[in-house]
Design a protein. Structure first.
Length: 258
């Protein structure tokens, strides 16, 4: 445990400057976007809450991508790889420290920071006697679902970057960005292609049935149980991030072995 905390402190101290830059950028850019959203709506004397809350998934997604590069940028320089290998700790401890610092810590810290800025923004709007429209999509239940979906997207995207950055030797971040973007694009195209063949609905994410359009009439071609739908969704949103985090661990292990 002592070794783990020593690695934790070392990771924070070595990347303190870069972590500070991300913090400063976030505390400047996010309020600026909020202020812009406010001023373009101020003449209407009604402010829609969605204009603020919708910033959250984009913020943590960008932070997740940047932090994944900070975690493993040493792979681009041989002397950095040697320094990483020479650290007196197990491979799993080294990987776990990076996961805690750049995944868990970043998610918690910047989520709290965002919602603090969000509350301050709402408070300032209310002080100016402008009514706030809570927007029906964001009632308590759907807001919780929105936040959970944003966090799942964060883990999924960052896990892709973890594994891809450790795969490439040069221009790791740029190649990872292209690879992940292309992968997401191809997945969406593939899903839409299957939807067009098997039915009008989104067969992977939403529906528990597949229909075929036969001259204006719709016939059920396949109908899955609700349990299958839940299993399918959980395997996707939980299984894929776990898979790519595991891949990143073994890729990290390869660097150590070499």
């Amino acid at each position: 445990m002592k070794q783990f905390f020593n690695l934790f402190r070392k990771e924070l101290s070595e990347n303190a400057k870069n972590l500070t830059y991300i913090f400063i950028a976030t505390t400047l850019i996010v309020p600026a976007i909020m202020a812009y959203s406010y001023f373009i709506r101020v003449k209407e004397e009604v402010f829609y809450e969605v204009n603020f809350i919708s910033i959250y998934p984009f913020m943590i997604l960008i932070i997740g991508i940047l932090s994944s590069y900070l975690a493993f940028r040493f792979v681009e320089k041989k002397n950095k790889i040697i320094a990483e290998i020479s650290l007196p700790a197990s491979i799993f401890q080294k990987w776990l420290v990076k996961f805690v610092v750049y995944t868990i810590f970043h998610l918690i810290f910047y989520s709290l920071l965002f919602f603090l800025m969000y509350k301050i923004g709402i408070f300032m709007i209310e002080k100016n006697n402008i009514s706030i429209e809570p927007y029906s999509v964001f009632d308590k239940d759907s807001l919780d679902g929105f936040i959970v979906a944003s966090i799942v997207t964060y883990f999924m995207t960052q896990s892709f970057f973890y594994s891809s950055i450790l795969t490439f030797k040069r221009f790791a971040f740029l190649k990872s960005l292209v690879t992940v973007s292309l992968g997401i694009f191809l997945f969406i195209i593939f899903n839409l292609y299957l939807t067009g063949i098997l039915g009008r609905e989104d067969i992977f994410f939403v529906t528990d049935r597949i229909t075929i359009d036969s001259y204006g009439s719709y016939e059920v071609y396949y109908k899955a149980s609700y349990a299958f739908y839940i299993l399918k969704s959980n395997l996707f949103v939980v299984g894929l991030p776990l898979l790519f985090y595991m891949v990143s661990y073994f890729k990290f292990k390869e660097k150590e072995v070499r």
